[in-house]
Ligand binder design. Structure first.
Ligand code: GCW
Length: 737
């Protein structure tokens, strides 16, 4: 080699080496791979894993082999050999007794794992050490494969495994509020994932990656379109598109469902009515549903929002919600389809005494009237996905009806795209809430997993936060909410903290100096948001329309329902603050089981974090801390805002562990959140102080601006939300030159 060549060679080597270093620490990462990054292990882990996963043995069971190959190749830095039998130590054997003679020969007891579970076991096969991932079905094997890969990604030991797992809830569904025009109601991550225009011919590779991500956490259903539905989804044109998506999701065990308007027989079918008792209407649905199943043989069924926020429904014909559900259930039953019938109903008339009562008042009398293939889908709280609500009183109150839980993964009321609010603690609180329906321990989780009342059809839904953004969810930390929804849907007893830790390890790094502070930050984030937005049981204090930012002064607008305002909920006046739901008020407390109702009815025993949800109390009322209600309120706002400052600090010390792209995005978003939290704090204090006329307690700085300034501040547009809002001038006024 000449001197020149040698110099060039040396230079190239240097560049390559530098590239390698950079690739570990600083390579940009756009977040597309979510928690399925499969980055190489190092050092002892790498040698341990290579020894434990050097050979892949399985009949091709659809997508499980592809995922194992992809994952192992990434983590081990080289592909494992693929063979037909165990020939060495470190084999991974996967399959069902049906698909693999080897798995069959092991005669594992798979009775306990049902049709969706799996076992993962360390065994000796032909004298070699092997890990077996076995299930009764291909989808069980896939879930097992993802579990095994998760162990590797989070650096768990794999030498002596004996895992038996099955999901507690049968149907784990994402509800996409995606419109056919590509927008997403309450979506903060770009436009819809579904590219309706180019379907069915073009299948975006993102559909497959979406399915992989869902399957990795056990999600097995997707409602493709918004509950504020359009009839077009049921036209042959769109059904072919739906069928194409279903075809991509099917190998990953994900069934497709659709939201449809109750009035479709009129709008699409040109019938005179959609009355559930009209035989022509029944015949129309029967024919339409048969058509759907010709296109999509494993179609899951319908999600229905009826007589809610202007949607049509059976009450338009003087029929009950149960009669409406029954109409669809009868037509779906022969095909194995189900109905998820939402309980989110409230009168939009100007006079609603207490919106929190209405779903219960409507549905409780219908207990036992719903068909076996119907689930009544109930939001976690009685109002609407607030930062904190008590559990919905329907849980535990309908023992003869299948009830499912609806959670909101998209952060409509929790800072939307930019704020870090990990929803694990909120979901966990909802699932662990004790209804007392059958005595202590009758948790919401037990109501929905069928263990309390023995239902066989069980389900849980999360309103998706997924869109066309490259990172899927609008921010990296929003991905954790998709993740935790799936993990808790699989097993509601898992801890939100454990799940956060898993997610951080897979999404970022296993470095303890990163994992510990980030998990701590995530775990504190929801309570901080409650503190700076709606502490002590307040609710619905957001700006109207956009639901972003503070709007505690929003009063009922002319012609609008009173409960679309903030003052309706806070009831702040010279005498105090809070919504009286005791017997002297709306008596909504009576909807809870007697033991619990008694506890809630007394301000001294009511949990303080729900105090103003249930009680109207004087500003000088003393809390358990000895502080007055007013002082505590102010301190909560201040504490929440201070928390965000601290979180920003924490993150700024962690840049060494994160690639620059994800580090920067998160740092920028935390700066926005700091500003937003401060705005919430200032505006809320300014508003409530104008009513309480009390001085601020020591340590709480006065808001820098006047209440009028906060009220006048306007954010006219928020992604995928109705335009305008309080403080915003009407958009059609011409400004004089
Ligand atoms: O949370 C509210 C939202 C609406 C939504 C509705 C619902 C889909 O503000 O945008 O509509 O609930 O759950 O139906």
């Amino acid at each position: 080699m000449g001197a020149m060549k040698r110099a060039v060679w040396a230079l190239l080597t240097m560049i390559a080496a530098a590239g390698l270093i950079v690739s570990h620490t600083a390579r940009a990462d756009d977040g597309y791979r979510l928690w399925l990054r499969y980055v190489p292990a190092h050092g002892q882990w790498l040698s341990r894993y290579r020894a434990g996963a050097s050979e892949l043995v399985g009949a091709d069971t659809g997508v499980a082999q592809a995922e194992l190959l992809r994952g192992l190749t990434g983590i081990l830095g080289q592909p494992p050999t693929v063979s037909g039998d165990v020939t060495r130590n470190g084999a991974i054997v996967f399959g069902t007794p049906h698909s693999s003679a080897l798995v069959r020969s092991l005669a594992l007891d798979l009775r306990r794992v049902g049709s969706q579970g799996y076992v993962i076991r360390s065994l000796s096969i032909h004298g070699h050490r092997a890990t077996v991932i076995a299930a009764n079905t291909d989808i069980g094997v896939l879930y097992g494969a993802f579990h095994f890969l998760r162990l590797l990604q989070t650096r768990e030991p794999i030498a002596r495994l004996d895992i038996t797992a099955r999901p507690r809830i049968r149907r784990r569904v994402l509800d996409h509020w995606d419109n056919l025009n590509g927008t997403v109601e309450r979506g903060y991550a770009g436009s819809s994932l579904w590219q309706w225009q180019s379907l069915p011919e073009h299948l975006s590779p993102r559909y497959t990656d979406y399915a992989r991500a869902c399957a990795s956490i056990g999600i097995n259903g997707a409602v493709l379109d918004n509950v504020n539905a359009t009839p077009y989804i049921l036209t042959p044109l769109y059904l072919r598109k739906v069928a194409a998506i279903a075809g991509v999701l099917r190998p990953y065990g994900i069934r497709v469902y659709l939201s449809v308007p109750f009035s479709t027989p009129v709008t699409l079918g040109h019938l005179k009515s959609a009355d559930p008792l009209d035989p022509k209407v029944g015949a129309w649905w029967t024919a339409k549903i048969a058509q759907i199943y010709r296109e999509i043989p494993d179609f899951g069924g319908f999600l229905m929002k009826a007589n809610s926020e202007g949607q049509p429904g059976p009450e338009d014909y003087g029929r009950t919600q149960a009669q409406g559900a029954d109409l669809l259930a009868r037509a779906l039953a022969p095909h194995g389809g189900i109905v998820m019938w939402r309980a989110f109903v409230y009168s939009t008339g100007a006079h609603s005494e207490d919106r929190a009562r209405q779903a219960y008042d409507t549905f409780k009398p219908l207990d036992g009237r719903f068909a076996d293939n119907v689930l009544v889908q109930v939001k976690n709280g009685p109002i609407d996905f607030q930062p904190r609500e008590p559990f919905h009183p329907l849980f535990g109150a309908m023992p003869h009806t299948n009830l499912m839980l609806e959670l909101e993964v998209t952060k409509e009321y929790l800072g939307q795209q930019t704020s870090i609010v990990y929803l694990g603690p909120l979901f966990q609180e909802a699932l662990r809430a004790d209804t007392w329906a059958q005595g202590a321990g009758s948790t919401v989780a037990k109501v929905i997993d069928g263990s309390l009342y023995g239902e066989r059809l069980t389900a849980i839904a999360g309103v998706a936060n997924i869109g066309s953004d490259r990172n899927w969810c609008g921010s990296i930390f929003n991905q954790a909410n998709w993740y935790v929804f799936g993990r808790l849907a699989w097993n509601p007893d898992l801890s939100a903290r454990r799940i956060a830790e898993e997610w951080v390890r897979m999404t970022f790094t296993n470095e303890p100096r990163f994992v510990a502070p980030v998990v701590k930050m995530m775990m504190g984030s929801r309570e901080a948001a409650v503190d700076y937005m709606t502490p002590l049981g307040l609710a619905s204090q957001m700006a109207a329309g956009t639901h972003f930012g503070p709007g505690p002064w929003v009063a009922p607008a002319k012609g609008m329902p009173a409960d679309w305002s903030s003052t309706y909920y806070s009831r702040a006046d010279a005498g105090g603050i809070g919504f009286d739901r005791t017997v002297s008020g709306s008596d909504a407390i009576a909807q809870y089981a007697p033991h619990l109702a008694a506890q809630l009815a007394n301000p001294a025993t009511c949990p303080e974090d729900l105090l103003l949800w249930f009680h109207h109390l004087p500003w000088d009322y003393r809390l358990r801390s000895g502080r007055t209600l007013w002082d505590s309120l102010a301190l909560h706002y201040a504490r929440g805002a201070a928390w965000v400052k601290e979180a920003r600090q924490t993150w700024s010390g962690l840049s060494a562990y994160v690639d620059p792209q994800r580090y920067r995005l998160t740092a920028d978003f935390l700066a926005i959140q700091e500003k937003d939290a401060q705005w919430w704090r200032d505006a809320s204090i300014a508003y409530f102080q104008s009513i309480s006329h009390r001085p601020l307690p020591a340590g709480v700085a006065p808001p820098p601006d006047t209440l009028a300034d906060y009220e006048a501040f306007c954010i006219p547009y928020v992604e995928n939300s109705p335009a305008g809002g309080p403080g915003c001038p009407p958009a059609d006024v011409t400004v004089p030159r």
